[in-house]
Design a protein around this ligand. Sequence first.
Ligand code: UDX
Length: 475
Amino acid sequence: METQPKEKSSPHVLIFPCPAQGHVNSMLKLAELLAIQNIYITFLNTKYIHNRLIQFNDDIQALLECYPKLQFKTISDFHSEEKHPGFGERIGDVITSLSLYGKPLLKDIIVSEKISCIILDGIFGDLATDLAAEFGIQLIHFRTISSCCFWAYFCVPKLLECNELPIRGDEDMDRIITNIPGMENILRCRDLPSFCRENKKDHIRLDDVALRTKQSLKANAFILNTFEDLEASVLSQIRIHFPKLYTIGPLHHLLNTTKKSSFPSSFFSKSNFFKVDRTCMAWLDSQPLKSVIYVSFGSTTPMKREEIIEIWHGLLNSKKQFLWVIRPNMVQEKGLLSELEEGTRKEKGLIVGWVPQEEVLSHKAIGAFLTHNGWNSTLESVVCGVPMICWPYFADQQINSRFVSDVWKLGLDMKDVCDRKVVENMVNDVMVNRKEEFVRSAMDIAKLASKSVSPGGSSYNNFQDLIQYIRSTSP
Ligand code: UDX
């Protein structure tokens, strides 16, 4: 996997994502974009993640051949294969061990590869701050979440100070949050990140998130995967604290647009952590225009039996065709999956383990997306002009779903409810009763997304500025 030694004067960027699907996806797209610009890239994965990429993406070698200046390196995450926490809910354990023990390994890579700039997943907080200072190189933080969510994380200390946090039980969930500048009166307590809740489902600590978010202030520059027309009012608040902010999203769209002219045959990149089942593409080809609801809750969301059953009945009762991704690790109960598959076949839906999601969302048969609102999924839906039904699970997803439904008017938010009648009604509202209204907003925002990544658009220009910045600051 090693590439040629680099020429002396060209920048060499180390990119290090959090070892989780949504993070690797978006940061690898950035790596490709920089490699297209002739910048040397070392893309660093934990061994665990690297093995998954090799196992489930048979074209990884082709990717490296496409970009001779891109190489992969691996780093230990200090967990044994047998007791590995994976990349789901317990990802915090991996982040903690890398933060505690990873610095000497990073240092070795900076030295051996003659790194001139680090693009670090901001979720790692302070991990590379001292190293960048020691070697006199630039440190850029990249957050893979939405700007509205990043800004809410940033404002957590203020919310605690103003007594808007903590949330005081279930009866407090509809209280309106007023102290996040730029998004006053948009969020209710239930729209705040999941770990602000008393009975949170995850293991993430609020003080830890607040601390790591603030640590991005020490980076020399900051990247967000969003575009100006989507999150303008929040971005103007973030810029007060992060003046060197590059908004270059939707990154997958910028990359696909760039690649279409250079590599037309393979413009969707792949970094799957699961085996892709492409049979759904032929199935979609046989479905009428905008008739199918695509259902996927991303790479991490666990589901209880009752939740799966409620969603399934809701989909069946809606009488719409559906394509549902049920990951191999999602259903623990033996027999349940085959029961669902059997029942679904009869009703003419399709359940698969993992799909090429970007391709699915851009298929003409897709009419709506029932999603957990991970930021990548949300942006992918925005780009394709597909209206959404939101069922957020954790972290940033609660805020994203609020913005999708109440700010961008791209669909409906099921938040905190998982009931077959609600699913049925929302599917019919989004795909039939209020279809025109949602499709109109979705197409309007999709046009803005395309404009942003086209020559002269905000993300296109910001990306050019980012390249200029990386080149001009390389020692
Ligand atoms: C989580 C967060 O919620 C997200 O906001 C953060 O930026 C990263 O971590 P995740 O649960 O993985 O992410 O969701 P999401 O951000 O939507 O990323 C999932 C990715 O997997 C998407 O790019 C999607 O296209 C891809 N995917 C999903 C597939 O390729 N196939 C599938 O079947 C399902």
